[in-house]
Design a protein around this ligand. Structure first.
Ligand SMILES: O=P(O)(O)OC[C@H]1O[C@H](OP(=O)(O)OP(=O)(O)O)[C@H](O)[C@@H]1O
Ligand SMILES: Nc1ncnc2[nH]cnc12
Length: 147
């Protein structure tokens, strides 16, 4: 775990000074704040509905096994901010795309998405790249489907 955080933090530390690390609930919380602290950035959570106490903007999305929604506090980001988006895993890329939609609606540019595990067969990377957004993933993994 500590090694994962150090490797991802080092990658971003070397790229440029990002102003914002946006992490996705729930398991992006394991990585996002630590990476932000390591590179000296502020961090912003995107959460599932009805969790954030203030006024929010929402983005619905579809993933492998259903649909969901992400919310962000109004005022959490400022127009012109540059962000990296951090999660534990990418499968279809639906969650990262919903996060990017929310951030772009608020005027924030997403520079790159990062996660620990990529499930290549679900082609999330291609979905992000078709929007011109690179994906940084530490490991690729294959998950066997239950019969
Ligand atoms: O690339 P995608 O197809 O969008 O799937 C990836 C998302 O799925 C998992 O979260 P999940 O939606 O299960 O929510 P949780 O973290 O709240 O359990 C995972 O933590 C990613 O956020
Ligand atoms: N294929 C998958 N494997 C593990 N976690 C996931 N979350 C969403 N899709 C997943």
């Amino acid at each position: 775990m500590l090694l994962n955080l150090r490797v991802i933090s080092f990658h971003f530390f070397n790229l440029c000074a990002y102003m914002l690390v946006v992490y996705l609930w729930a398991r992006g919380f394991i990585f996002g704040p630590s990476i932000a602290l390591a590179i000296g950035a502020k961090f912003v959570p995107l959460r599932k509905p009805k969790k954030l106490p203030g006024e929010v903007i929402s983005e619905k999305y579809v993933l492998e096994y259903g649909s969901d929604c992400l919310e962000m506090h109004v005022g959490a980001v400022t127009s012109g901010d540059r962000a990296i988006v951090v999660d534990d895993l990418i499968a279809t890329g639906g969650t990262f795309c919903a996060a990017m939609n929310l951030l772009e609606r608020a005027g924030t540019e997403v520079v790159e998405c990062a996660c620990v595990i990529e499930v290549p067969e679900l082609k999330g990377r291609e979905r992000l790249e078709s929007r011109g957004k690179p994906l940084y993933a530490l490991v690729e993994s294959q998950f066997e489907r239950r019969s």
